[in-house]
Design a protein around this ligand. Structure first.
Ligand code: ATP
Length: 206
């Protein structure tokens, strides 16, 4: 039986560090951030819907999506954000399910689906996607998130704090967690914990 694990966490919490480690171990990782880009590639249904909603001015000269303009448009406009989400989420869910089915056919015991904004989606829709068996949350103190994200993106604290304030709170996220991967130590400690969780799933001794 295949188990589908959703991996989530706030900005800078360490999701990518965990999922890169899992990929190296040949555990299938479905990245919904990548799918989110694929569903709006030129000539896609998703891009056509975005143009219908936001106008052709949302495109670059070469016909691709002007992501930074779209980001600006939805950043301070909740209605535009909802409109965008109602276009993207069904397309992302559909493709995610397709990929899960492909891995299930290969009889993979474990599939990881990285969904950064899973808790926000659950809160908004009041439903947990049916394909998820367990939710794993990567967690660290908010101040650590700010420090790591600021350094990684060479960004300013104010922007990272604003993004954090728009995401689910740490407590809200933890309330949905079947497993918590704590990331308030070193990367090595993070990966040892992750390995233990994987071993438990695959019934290897820890
Ligand atoms: P985002 O949602 O913003 O993409 P993320 O949850 O994927 O972030 P990562 O990219 O894995 O987070 O980690 C954020 C930054 O913090 C990266 O530069 C990563 O190398 C670093 N980092 C992660 N865990 C640790 C740790 N335990 N100690 C030090 N640095 C860490």
């Amino acid at each position: 039986m295949t188990k589908v694990i959703a991996l989530t966490g706030g900005i800078g919490s360490g999701k990518t560090t965990v999922s890169d480690f899992l990929k190296k171990q040949h555990i299938p990782v479905i990245d919904t951030d990548i799918i989110a880009r694929q569903v709006v590639e030129p000539n896609s249904v998703g891009l056509k819907k975005i143009v219908d909603c936001f106008g052709a001015g949302i495109l670059n000269n070469d016909g691709s999506l002007n992501r930074s303009l779209l980001r600006d448009k939805v950043f301070n406009d909740p209605q535009a954000k909802t409109a965008l989400e109602s276009i993207l989420h069904p397309l992302i869910q559909f493709e995610t399910r397709q990929q899960i089915q492909r891995y299930k056919k290969q009889l993979q015991p474990l599939i990881i689906v990285a969904i950064p904004l899973l808790i926000e989606i659950i809160q908004k829709t009041s439903t947990r996607p049916g394909y998820i068996d367990e939710i794993w949350v990567v967690d660290c103190p908010t101040e650590t998130q700010i420090e790591r994200a600021t350094q990684r993106d060479n960004s300013n604290r104010t922007l990272i704090k604003k993004i954090i304030s728009q995401q689910a709170s740490r407590q809200q996220r933890l309330a949905y967690a079947d497993r918590v991967i704590e990331n308030n130590g070193t990367v090595e400690q993070l990966l040892v914990q992750t390995q233990k969780l994987i071993n438990q799933q695959t019934n290897k001794s820890v």
